[in-house]
Design a protein around this ligand. Sequence first.
Ligand SMILES: [Zn+2]
Length: 385
Amino acid sequence: MNNESTHLSLLNAMVWSGTQESPIKRNVFIEDGIFADEPSTKAIKIDASGLTLIPGLIEAHAHLCFNAGTDWRAVYDNDTPSRMLLRMVENGQKMLRAGITTVRDLGAPTELAVTLRDAIETGVTRGPSLLVAGAPVTPTGGHCYFMGGEADGELGVRVAVRERVKAGTDWIKVMASGGNMTPGTNVERAQYSVDEMRAIVDEAHRLGTSVTAHAHGVEGIRHALAGGVDMLEHCSFQTPNGSEPVAEVISDIVTKKTIVSPTIVGALGGQQNTERYARRASLTKQLVESGARILMSTDCGIPNTPHEDLSYALEVMQHMSELSALETLRLATSTSAKLLDLNDRGCIETGYRADLLALHTDPTKDLSALRDIKYVISAGNLVSR
Ligand SMILES: [Zn+2]
């Protein structure tokens, strides 16, 4: 990145602010990493005619410490902390080059995640702006226990929340059900009692932080909802045969205004003729139609889900949800910023963080425009590609 480029004037672009119904022709000014009303006298002028500018993309569920390969666990186990941190830096940079300017990491060793977030923030290294959960709170032997986040009982989980807040994490992630990636756990069953979930949420809210719950099977989803979590990851209603949405639980999600982060795994795009895909698509459509609050996420880093695939996952999301390209794009920009409580970004408007993508064609008409990025700007800095 080049600090001289933090004063930029992008002239004659078609600009989609993140909230409008369609792009409009205008100039965009950037001063000290923020969108400005007027051009700075120091600004470098870029002729952006013929380009469409949109806000930088936001990925709400990533694992920078995983390698996206089928050998992920052996690689994870063989990494020393230093080597894992280097892997996380590299994966973050891949995401930034793909136009993902904000990433919420929902599972990595706590110290590494916090260290990387702060190193990017202070310019020690380059990468997307990070929100981190550190090690997910999970019972002994529970899903992703190997990240170092085991905690049991109401007192144990309260201590776990306090430890994360002390370490400086941005979100609390709790594993409410078993996970497909951890043998010996059961995705269809809850991992924590309702009382334990309540204790986690109560302690987190008392300390001013929010809780998101990994939940696949309906029992885990129910316990998380009863505990009062702010957000559900996956929310896949997973059964041995696929996804089986339960209407009464969906209505509870809507009533409680619980946010759903659906982890539209890019790899599902290659499975559009399978029953698994059809069930997941129908669930996604039901969630959207019921009025549930949804943002965009992929769970990148897990096998067959490369870190840079958010734009591809957006195309899959559009196909599944039957939303328009523009509505789908909102999920990964202005909507995700709002639902993640990031009031300084997600829009190309004066005063917002200057994160944007310049594209050759208009993604609000056709999301495949995201496959061909002309350039990425992150906090006013031109990202080298
Ligand atoms: Zn995950």
